[in-house]
Design a protein around this ligand. Structure first.
Ligand code: AKG
Length: 275
């Protein structure tokens, strides 16, 4: 992670890493999703994410699809390759520290034209959330739950999708409800634009959410939530199917939380197992 990237992540709580996947890799991942598209669940009714916001409403809900790492081969392969990816590993080694782990199974967010937004949320202020936090101490950052969002479709200005309030991972006051609802001070909320193949990294401590999707093409963003090696947000137990056929590097990312001192497998910055 370069000094500029560290500066931007510390300042804003997020970073866009460009062109991590090739167009062919994006196409393969999209093909795997197309194969499972009938399992996408649109969050309508009680599952709606827009609360009573007047500006985040939509004609339908966000589409969710989980369990990508457990799919039959070859469909799981593009997502398994994202686990210990050599372009992203050095970022996570810096943001979370070596020994970082997959906290939640990977999930797709898909939004079609008219899909509603998601009320802004995040752990910043006023209390300390010991699972989702941003601390800077002893010359380095320390992060709790962190999102690695792999983009499988372009997100252009005005399309909708991920939005956040840069800097709020260091905020002290709770985000006021009208701002959370994207009804007031929209000028401080940044819509994160990116291209298919990019990866957006953000801390769950930054106030973030989703703007309704207006583009003709579908949004496709695959979210991996990672924690430092000592920490768990969800009570995770991976299925046999999920563990089957992983490389040692991928398997290292699926370790449960425990101290690095206890022979925890670590990844070097190139994504290989550190000796
Ligand atoms: O639309 C996004 O990428 C944000 C999703 C999100 O914040 C969530 O699912 O909790």
């Amino acid at each position: 992670m370069t000094d500029i990237e560290k500066y931007l992540f510390d300042l804003q709580g997020y970073l866009v890493v460009e062109a991590v996947l090739t167009p062919a890799e994006v196409a393969t991942a999209n093909e795997a999703i197309d194969e499972h598209a009938e399992k996408i669940v649109e969050r309508v009714g009680d599952l709606s994410l827009s609360s009573d916001s007047t500006t985040l409403q939509g004609e339908t809900g966000r589409g969710d699809l989980g369990g990508l790492l457990e799919w039959d081969r070859p469909w799981c392969d593009p997502f398994r390759a994202m686990l210990a990816h050599p372009r992203i590993t050095p970022y996570l080694n810096c943001i979370l520290g070596q020994g970082w782990r997959l906290d939640h199974n990977a999930g797709l967010i898909s939004m079609r034209k008219g899909a509603e937004g998601h009320i802004l949320h995040g752990s910043s202020g006023p209390g300390f959330d010991r699972h989702q936090y941003y601390i800077f101490q002893n010359g380095q950052m320390h992060n709790g739950l962190t999102v690695v969002a792999w983009q499988l479709a372009d997100v252009n200005p005005g399309d909708g999708g991920l939005a956040l309030i840069p800097g709020t991972h260091k905020g002290n006051y709770a985000c006021p409800q009208p701002i959370r609802k994207w009804e007031a001070h929209q000028d401080i909320v940044r819509h994160v634009t990116c291209k298919a193949g990019d990866v957006v990294l953000f801390t769950e401590a930054v106030t973030h959410g989703t703007i309704p999707w207006t583009a003709d093409h579908d949004r496709r963003s695959v979210l991996f939530r990672m924690s430092p090696g000592n920490l768990a947000y969800v009570q995770g137990k991976w299925s046999e199917k999920m563990l089957d056929g992983l490389t040692p590097e991928q398997r290292a990312v699926l370790e449960p939380p425990y101290h690095q001192r206890l022979q925890r497998p670590l990844l070097a910055d190139d994504g290989s197992l550190a000796s």
